[in-house]
Design a binder for this molecule. Structure first.
Ligand code: FUB
Length: 449
């Protein structure tokens, strides 16, 4: 990994840290590195509880070919498209039983039972030989403050807690990283297991971690990260009629996406199933990861259709939300690149040839009458159009292309929509230029008003 690239990422993070909101496209947030996202719906609201990746502390760089993970933030989805960062839930040196300054806060989970929220996390224990133990805290709110238990959960050694609350209000803790995964029922207090954890039978051979259980239509699904020697990390799943198995392996939910690791969760939100996972497209380095989400679908027989990762992700931006079209569903004849200079937050569409287009699905127009665009141009010929649904769909706005001072000199321009638009549509930008031109305009974002 190139050091100056990392410094660039660092500056980007510092700059964008002041912007506490991200957008419901992939990656979900860009102001810090987030991994291992566990999504949960509490009282109709979608939350994500990820771990976080960071840079090694000065002077300790040599120790960190391993992950450098200082603790946990929590996020909630606001207005259908914006991720709110609630800040630190737990920092490593606040773990009552943890060894200090180890940066070992791996994948967490959080569930609600009887009106209380229980947050489970792994950490490196002090005065204990185990690689990781799992601790728990309780709160009246999903984003804390949590009251952390003084000791880790007895009889549980391992990583990646994944929780299941069954229909009879009994909770189960799954965990493990290795060739086996384990599970145990929890006592009503949610802080102890009722008996020693059992090995989950029926899972496929190979390294596994990231247990995430859920139940649908009476079937227990145990999903997990699963490494194939020739392919690397995938996300797989198995099903059972009993919470602790035996399970039957059903296949992959996601193929390898060239990640060092993948780690996921599954949630039903507003009648749609969503797979959360992580990638490393901001940093280019597999220990500085970013969480993502894409819709997931079941077949009639209850098996899961493979999820193909997209940049578009989930969420429905509307009037006054920044629409980052570079997180597209389809692009043709153009490219995307990370925006440099003083432009914060992500990517631009660039290298747009004549009639190239980029399609961004599911925008709520809400009677919008105007549209803004953030653009940079090193030339002064052509236009770009905004159309509905597809590249030949209804023309709703047209922007002339004017010289802004160069390909990285940015201006916000605005135009009226040809008529007020209601409903939810795909938004398509079509670039017009001279035939043979390899660039027309660099486009950072759009915003409906
Ligand atoms: O993030 C640290 C570890 O990497 C997690 O606990 C694993 O699941 C893998 O994502």
């Amino acid at each position: 990994m190139n050091k100056s690239f990392l410094i660039g990422c660092n500056l980007l993070l510092l700059f964008t840290l002041q912007i506490s909101l991200g957008f419901a496209q992939n990656p979900l947030v860009t102001h810090l590195f987030t991994a291992d996202p566990t999504a949960r719906v509490f009282d109709g609201k979608l939350y994500v509880f990820p771990s976080s990746d960071t840079y090694p502390p000065a002077g300790r760089e040599a120790e960190f070919p391993r992950f450098c993970m200082p603790g946990y933030h929590a996020f909630s989805l606001e207005n259908g498209s914006t991720w709110k960062d609630h800040g630190w839930i737990l920092k490593e040196n606040d773990v009552p039983w943890g060894e200090k300054d180890t940066y070992a806060m791996w994948a967490p989970d959080c569930i609600k039972k009887d009106g209380k929220y229980y947050y489970y996390y792994p950490a490196k224990p002090k005065n204990d030989k185990a690689f990781r133990r799992i601790g728990v805290g309780v709160s009246d709110n999903p984003t804390g403050p949590f009251k952390w238990e003084k000791s880790f959960i007895k009889d549980v050694t391992g990583i990646d807690p994944g929780l299941l609350l069954d229909d009879d209000n009994k909770a189960y803790l799954f965990f493990g990283g290795g060739h086996e995964l384990y599970g145990a029922p929890l006592k009503d207090n949610m802080k102890e297991v009722t008996k020693k954890p059992v090995r989950i039978e029926g899972l496929p051979a190979g390294y596994k971690e990231g247990s995430f259980p859920f139940k649908k239509d009476g079937i227990y699904y145990l999903t997990f990260a699963h490494v194939f020697p020739d392919e690397g990390y995938t996300i797989g799943y198995a099903t059972s009629m009993k919470p602790l198995g035996p399970y039957t392996y059903q296949g992959k939910i996601m193929d390898n996406i060239h990640n060092g690791t993948n780690h996921h969760s599954v949630v039903k939100y507003k009648d749609q199933w969503i797979l959360f996972y992580h990638s490393w497209d901001i940093s280019g380095y597999n220990k500085l990861r970013s969480m993502r989400a894409d819709y997931m679908n079941f077949k009639k027989d209850g098996t899961i259709k493979k999820v193909v990762p997209t940049l578009r992700g989930i969420g429905t931006p509307q009037v006054n939300d920044t629409i980052q079209v570079d997180r597209y569903n389809e692009i043709s004849g153009a490219n995307t690149a990370f925006v440099g200079g003083n432009e914060p937050n992500g990517w631009m569409v660039c290298d747009a040839k004549m009639n190239s287009f980029v399609r961004f699905d599911r925008v709520k127009f809400n009677g919008a009458i105007k549209i803004k665009a953030r653009v940079a141009s090193g030339q002064r010929k052509g236009s770009f159009e905004v159309r509905l649904n597809n590249a030949k769909g209804k023309l709703i706005a047209e922007f002339p292309i004017n010289y802004t001072g160069g390909w990285n000199t940015w201006k916000t321009i605005e135009t009226d929509l040809k008529e007020p638009i209601t409903g939810t549509h795909n938004l398509v930008v079509v670039f017009k230029s001279d035939w043979g031109n390899t660039k027309s305009i660099n486009l950072n974002w759009l915003l409906l008003k």
